[in-house]
Structure formats: structure tokens, C-alpha cells
Design a binder for this molecule. Structure first.
Ligand code: BGC
Length: 365
């Protein structure tokens, strides 16, 4: 009798555990979210991936986080796998913004919402949301950095010489950054304060495939030997911290960095540890901080809103057309656009260390 009772109780317990287990799995909103980042080899995407993963896990979601080694077929395969594994939402930072149309059509067939993360995915109506910083404004900050750092409103000589570097031509952001920067610098070209020593301009000419700092360095070496043997370079437009550091290296290699031949003024983007150290050492002049924790948190909130079956409110529906047609009209992807911050030696401690973006120890302080 006792044994039967015990068996009965165990059965009851097992049934209720099964019930609880089944209930947990089908509870609304708590499933697996697929997150795909372009590469592990850049500091920012590791931070982005970690921020999104930990935020979603804290809300009880499972996260399958993939890094694509900057290889387009790998990224496509990873997204296909996540569709097969029945991800409930896909969060994708693309490598090539136009290479995902087919795989996103498959996601749409399975009714999986897609969020383009940081980089807009182009030529597909199956991008439900875009989460990023205001990239044109980021570009304007890149221009503002040079206006202040080169003292363009009160120049020591005229013209001051500059070279322009753009980001990867397959990344929509790169055009926004470039256009925003030129928007700010154009008046100084027009009034003769600034001059491009090589004359090279436009994303077709100055873009840097896959944001490669090696490519940027060799282009800088060529520019220095072709155009700067009889004049000095005063500034560099750089869209990305590793490009800032490698172009500065190329300048140092030909004698810049002394009192009579100072390093050119160069900004950057992403606020990576090495650039913070360089800024503190007085070499790189500034960078643009796009706080990956804030972007990660905004992503977590958007995913959670979608999976709770609610409609996200307050999105920007005018800024980001993605070269596709939806419901017979050019499609503008509903976007969340965050604000970025210029970081120089003066505010680095307050904006970077005190906020915990990088620790004092990481920066060697
Ligand atoms: C991002 C930048 C990053 C660059 C290179 C861009 O799409 O917005 O923050 O520096 O890619 O990874």
C-alpha cells in the first residue's frame, strides 16, 4: 500500500514536472533567439554579441550566438541553421548588406521576424526592424572632430592638407558616415581652408573593403610617398579606430610624430581599447563612442516586445529605405536610432572609464 502510494506520488510528481516543463517551453515569449555577428576579430562585435546575449538570457530567452568570420557564405549558412532550429527572432549584423535576400525570404516563409543590427540589410523587404545609431550623425561627429582638432575655424596655415578614408563599400553605414563627415567639412573645402593632397575623394575611391586596417595602411603609405614628400599631412578622416591607428603608424614610419612634424589629426569610431590608449598618449585625437551596451539593451527590449506579441512604438519610419519594395512602395525599415558621443582626452575618463565601458585597468590607468 505504502509502495503504491509512493509510486502514485512519484507519478503525480513526474506528470506535474512534465506539465511544468511543457508549459515552460510553450510559455509565450520564451524561446530561442538567433544572434549573428559579422566577426569575432573586431573588439566591438564581441561586446555587441555579449550585451545582446546576456540581456536576453536575463529575461529567460535562450540565445544562439554566432560569429561569421567576415565570410558571407558562413553567415548565410548560420542564418539557415537558425531558421532550421526554429529561432523565434533573428538579430543579424550583416557582412555584406546585399547578400542576404534569399535567406531572409526563407525566414519570412517561417514567419521569423528579422532585426538588422547596426548595419542595415539592403534589397530585402523581409527586414522587419533596424536598430543602430544615427549613422549620418556619427559621420557629422567625425567631421566635427577634425574641425576642432585641426582648428579649422582659425587655421595655423592655409590650406591644411587632409586625406579621406571611408569604410567598407558593402556596408550601408560607410556611406552615411562618409556623407555626414563631408557635410561638415565641405564649407572648409569651399573656403580654401582644407585641401585633399591626393585629390582622392568619394566612397568609390576612398572606401576600405571589409574595414581592413591593412588595406588602409598600404593606401596611406602610397599616399605619403606620392603626395607628401614636399608638404605635410595635417589631418585624416578615418571612419574606424583600427584604420586610425594603422594610418598613424604609416605616418610615424615616415617621420611624423616629432615637435616640428606632428602627427596628423585623426578621429575614429568605436572607442576601442587601443584607441583610448592612443588618445591618452596624445596620438589619435578622438573617437566616436557608440555604446554597445545601449544598443544591446535596445535590442533586448525590441525582441521582448515582439515576442510578447506587442507592436513596438515610436520607431523612425522616414530615414532608412533599404532599396526594396514592400506593398508596392519603396520600403523604409522601421528603425531605432541611438545617439553617439565624441570622446577626446578631455572627457575619456568621464565617458569611458566612469561609465564602465572600459575599466581603468584595461586602459593601463
Ligand atoms: C559599424 C562600425 C564598425 C564598422 C566595422 C560598421 O558597420 O557601424 O561601428 O566600426 O562597421 O566593423
Amino acid at each position: 500500500m505504502k509502495r503504491m502510494l509512493l509510486a502514485g506520488m512519484l507519478l503525480l510528481l513526474a506528470t506535474s514536472m512534465m506539465f511544468a516543463g511543457g508549459k515552460a517551453e510553450s510559455a509565450p515569449g520564451k524561446g530561442m533567439v538567433g544572434v549573428v555577428m559579422p566577426t569575432r576579430s573586431e573588439e566591438r562585435w564581441n561586446k555587441d554579441g555579449a550585451a545582446v546575449k546576456s540581456g536576453l538570457e536575463a529575461l529567460g530567452y535562450k540565445v544562439d550566438l554566432q560569429f561569421s568570420d567576415d565570410d558571407i557564405p558562413t553567415q548565410v549558412r548560420q542564418i539557415e541553421d537558425l531558421i532550421t532550429k526554429r529561432a523565434q527572432v533573428l538579430v543579424i549584423a550583416s557582412i555584406d548588406g546585399v547578400a542576404l535576400s534569399d535567406v531572409l525570404a526563407k525566414a519570412a516563409e517561417q514567419k521569423i521576424p528579422v532585426i538588422a543590427y547596426d548595419r542595415l540589410i539592403m534589397k530585402s523587404p523581409h527586414v522587419d526592424y533596424y536598430l543602430s545609431f544615427d549613422n549620418y550623425a556619427v559621420g557629422q561627429q567625425m567631421g566635427d572632430i577634425l574641425i576642432k582638432g585641426m582648428n579649422l575655424d582659425n587655421p595655423a596655415k592655409k590650406p591644411l592638407m587632409i586625406e579621406l578614408f571611408g569604410g567598407s563599400p558593402d556596408d550601408n553605414n560607410a556611406y552615411k558616415f562618409y556623407d555626414g563627415a563631408i557635410d561638415r567639412l565641405q564649407p572648409y573645402f569651399d573656403n580654401g581652408t582644407l585641401k585633399i593632397g591626393s585629390g582622392q575623394k568619394g566612397m568609390d575611391t576612398v572606401g576600405t573593403l571589409r574595414w581592413s586596417n591593412e588595406l588602409a595602411m598600404s593606401r596611406m603609405e602610397n599616399l605619403l610617398s606620392a603626395y607628401y614628400t614636399n608638404q605635410t599631412l595635417d589631418g585624416i578622416l578615418s571612419p574606424y579606430d583600427p584604420i586610425s591607428l594603422s594610418t598613424l603608424e604609416a605616418c610615424k614610419a615616415v617621420g611624423y610624430g616629432s615637435a616640428d612634424k606632428p602627427l596628423p589629426v585623426v578621429g575614429g569610431q568605436d572607442c576601442i581599447v587601443a584607441s583610448c590608449k592612443s588618445i591618452l598618449a596624445g596620438e589619435q585625437y578622438a573617437t566616436v563612442l557608440k555604446d554597445t551596451r545601449v544598443l544591446g539593451q535596445a535590442t533586448v527590449e525590441l525582441v521582448d516586445t515582439i515576442l510578447r506579441g506587442e507592436v513596438p512604438a515610436g520607431l523612425d519610419t522616414t530615414s532608412y529605405a533599404n532599396d526594396s519594395i514592400k506593398d508596392g512602395k519603396p520600403y523604409i525599415v522601421p528603425s531605432v536610432l541611438l545617439e553617439s558621443v565624441i570622446v577626446t582626452k578631455d572627457n575619456l575618463k568621464a565617458e569611458v572609464v566612469d561609465t564602465g565601458y572600459h575599466t581603468a585597468a584595461e586602459l593601463g590607468l
